[in-house]
Ligand binder design. Structure first.
Ligand SMILES: *[C@@H]1O[C@H](CO)[C@@H](O)[C@H](O)[C@H]1NC(C)=O
Length: 178
């Protein structure tokens, strides 16, 4: 029982440490930030990212002209900002992604969402992480299944490379006139 309890504490400690402090940080829209000028295709921007629980997204904007509202899927589709689940107005809003699944954000200033100042952040569950990434170490239970293929792959390719070298030796000997 004591052993079990200690493991649970260690597990919680690790999830807290890794989940909170080692997640990636993404600046929404990169250098353009959070804008309605049409200079950023947020759908495309989000599609190039691989968000995970514990990652952080940061909205940077002038809060005289914009804000950030987290809304339901339906309100996201219809650009309805009247009943947001959360509202951010500092102009430098860091939001930690705590759950997997879709997170919908839009600018609540009239007309901005329609001008495509809206973003769908799809957070992938940890178990679907394609490979171990340096900024988010997997927990021991997950890492054995996730990282196992890569060393094997490396071994296989170096083996192939060695075979290739040996196959080239006779050719090289022929070439020098042996
Ligand atoms: C926006 O959402 C609110 C609350 O869900 C709803 O009462 C309202 O009718 C919606 N407005 C539009 C224009 O769809």
């Amino acid at each position: 029982m004591a052993f079990f309890g200690k493991n649970v504490v260690a597990f919680l400690l690790m999830t807290t440490l890794f989940g909170v402090s080692i997640g990636a940080v993404y600046k929404v829209g990169d250098s353009a930030g959070w804008t309605a000028m049409g200079s950023v295709d947020y759908k495309k921007w989000a599609s190039t990212k691989n968000f995970h629980v514990g990652d952080e997204i940061v909205f940077i904007y002038n809060n005289q002209f914009h804000n950030v509202k987290e809304v339901t899927h339906q309100d996201f589709q219809s650009c309805n900002a009247t009943s947001p689940m959360a509202t951010y107005t500092t102009g430098s809003d860091s939001i930690t992604l705590k759950n997997h699944g879709h997170h919908y954000f839009l600018c609540g200033i009239p007309g901005h969402c329609e001008a495509r100042q809206k973003i769908d952040i799809m957070v992938t569950p940890v178990s679907q992480r394609p490979s171990a990434s340096p900024n988010y170490p997997s927990l021991p239970s997950a890492s054995s299944t996730l990282t196992a293929p890569s060393p094997a792959l490396n071994r296989a390719s170096s083996l192939q490379f060695n075979n290739l070298l040996w196959a080239l030796v006779p050719l090289a000997l022929l070439a020098v006139g042996f």
